[in-house]
Design a protein around this ligand. Structure first.
Ligand code: ADP
Ligand code: MG
Length: 241
């Protein structure tokens, strides 16, 4: 798993400080996050839990720099994200973050290997050996026999494996995943968790949203949100308070 290895276990990789997020909806304010402070360390394997509407996706979107907090600060790789211009932000984002979504978000016209290559397409000039890297990543996530398949020729679990390989292509410190097993049956969900677990053991930091307790139990740390606040932080092996 050398391609998937990542150093610097124990250092802080991301930190949100007193973050709020207020959405204005039809003249009314919706406070999706009401003051959240969390530190994420290299090597963490974190589940973010909470009922629907508790702010999980909002928090993950802020962590992914897909959105900005209303107040409070977000440090990624030691840098205050608010101080970065667009170019620095996309560089820091590319270096630190890979994304996995519930619905895979693959491009139907592209093969497995081509889908994995998509994040590299933004890099000019094209990195030498890019295709070989993508083939290796496809093999690492268990798709050696499926390199030329299109998404509609794959099962849901296989499609999520493609998405995970795509998230790894820029060798990010952190994988952010919003309900990555939300569309999968239990057995396939556990296979995807086996893969995420292997990535984490190789040093990759993983932050995932889930509302399924048996999925959260496979992580190391569980952060529960309620009404936009952190309700509890516990080790996955501790009982739910
Ligand atoms: P979760 O992922 O835990 O279900 P979200 O983070 O999606 O929760 O949403 C938290 C709260 O913010 C909810 O009350 C939701 O309705 C609201 N919200 C989320 N996104 C928006 C938006 N773009 N505009 C207005 N309200 C939003
Ligand atoms: Mg959500």
């Amino acid at each position: 798993m050398n391609d998937l290895a990542c150093d610097a276990i124990g250092e802080m990789v991301a930190s949100v400080r007193d973050v709020t997020k207020v959405y204005r909806l039809g003249g009314e304010d919706v406070k999706a996050l009401a003051g959240v402070s969390i530190d994420f360390f290299h090597g963490d394997f974190v589940a973010i839990m909470g009922t629907s509407g508790s702010g999980k996706s909002t928090l993950l979107n802020l962590l992914g720099c897909l959105d900005r907090p209303t107040t409070g600060q977000y440090f990624l790789g030691g840098r205050d994200v608010a101080t970065l211009d667009d170019e620095s932000l996309s560089r820091v984002r590319g270096r630190y973050l890979g994304f996995v979504f519930q619905s895979y978000n693959l491009i139907q016209q592209l093969s497995v290997v081509e889908n994995i290559m998509v994040p590299l397409a933004y890099q000019r000039p094209q990195r030498p050996g890019a295709k070989d890297l993508c083939i290796r990543l496809a093999e690492l996530v268990g798709l050696a026999g499926r390199l030329g398949h299109r998404p509609n020729q794959l099962s849901g679990g296989q499609q999520q494996r493609v998405a995970i390989a795509r998230a790894l292509v820029n060798n990010p410190h952190v994988i952010l995943a919003d309900e990555p097993t939300g569309n999968l049956d239990t057995a396939t969900s556990m296979e995807i968790m086996d893969l995420l677990d292997a990535l984490n053991r190789a040093g990759r930091t993983i932050v995932m949203v889930t509302h399924e307790p048996d999925i959260a139990a496979r992580c190391k740390k569980v952060i529960s949100l309620r009404d936009g606040r952190v309700e509890s932080v516990r080790h996955a092996s501790e009982p739910v308070p």
